[in-house]
Design a binder for this molecule. Structure first.
Ligand SMILES: Cc1ncc(COP(=O)(O)O)c(C=O)c1O
Length: 281
């Protein structure tokens, strides 16, 4: 089953309008949420980011966040995911419109929610390469989880074709912005660095949690520009996203990072993060 504007619908009979601007123009937003045993992790933060993005794009949310949240619980039950690990995808589009770019005065936004079983990657570390595809930090959409994900699709494909698990994306100034589907962290001289949002990084939910956990552990943190050379000097590098949590990077462009496995800072943050998920907090 899937949810369309809050109504449980059989997936086979669910329909989205052929003139939907999400489909034709990427005019919309999405969220990806991890659910542990029927409890979506940090759903409130995801729906708040969705609401902020929708406001920025002047897309009306068809349902208020608390109703979306209740409908997601129903969907998890309908799909028998109340005891399983699951991936929830929430998609908001501006809805149908006439040909052309102009935003219609009246729109009927569509909210789609899918929930499927999720099996975590079986590898403890990932390899990465810095890809050619760049992140445009000056674009207003860099701060939004917009449906226009083609740059990220191409970045991920480039990494795969070069034999790596993940892509690291530079911004237009040649500094690191993020992964194709993740935020980037590195440990350099006892300090945890992550590119600031102004470098083209998405305001990741996991990124914010990691910064909080690092602060609570009295780790020195810096949101400041990260250069390609910094990666090679880093003792630890990891990626973060809602589905996978913290993903240690063992190798970048064929060069080993640290000892080639999760270092002490990454491990302690992974433990603290797992504790939050286990306590459903
Ligand atoms: C480009 C990009 N940056 C960062 C993230 C991580 O965001 P979050 O932690 O909110 O999942 C994602 C997740 O898909 C992403 O696509």
């Amino acid at each position: 089953m899937i949810l369309i504007n809050g109504t449980l619908t059989d997936e086979a009979s669910a329909r989205i309008d052929a003139t939907d601007r999400g489909l034709l123009l990427g005019d919309g937003l999405f969220e990806t949420v991890r659910s542990h045993a029927g409890v979506p992790f940090r759903l409130g933060a995801h729906l708040a980011r969705l609401a902020t993005g929708a406001k920025r794009l002047s897309i009306r949310l068809p349902l208020p966040p608390d109703q979306i949240s209740g409908a997601i619980t129903d969907l998890l039950h309908a799909n028998q995911l109340q005891r399983a690990e699951a991936a929830i995808r929430v998609t908001l589009t501006r809805g149908p419109g006439p040909r052309g770019l102009a935003i219609p005065a009246e729109s009927q936004p569509a909210l789609l929610v899918q929930a499927v079983p999720y099996t975590p990657r079986q590898k403890p570390n990932v390899t990465a390469v810095v890809v050619e595809v760049r992140r445009n930090e000056a674009s207003p959409t860099a701060q939004l989880k917009s449906l226009s994900y083609l740059d990220n699709v191409l970045a991920a494909q480039e990494a795969k074709s070069r034999g790596a698990d993940d892509a690291l994306m530079l911004n237009s100034r040649g500094r690191l912005a993020c992964g194709a589907r993740a935020n980037l962290f590195l440990v350099l001289e006892e300090t945890l660095y992550t590119p600031p949002l102004t470098e083209g990084a998405l305001p990741g939910i996991t990124r914010a949690i990691v910064l909080e956990l690092a602060g609570a552990a009295k780790l020195r943190t810096r949101q400041s520009p990260v250069f390609p050379d910094d990666l090679m000097r880093a003792s630890e590098v990891f990626l973060t996203n809602s589905l996978e949590g913290l993903l240690p990077v063992s190798e970048i462009g064929g060069k080993k990072i640290g000892v080639g496995e999760a270092g002490p800072v990454t491990r302690s943050l992974m433990e603290a993060y797992a504790g939050l998920a286990a306590n459903r907090s």
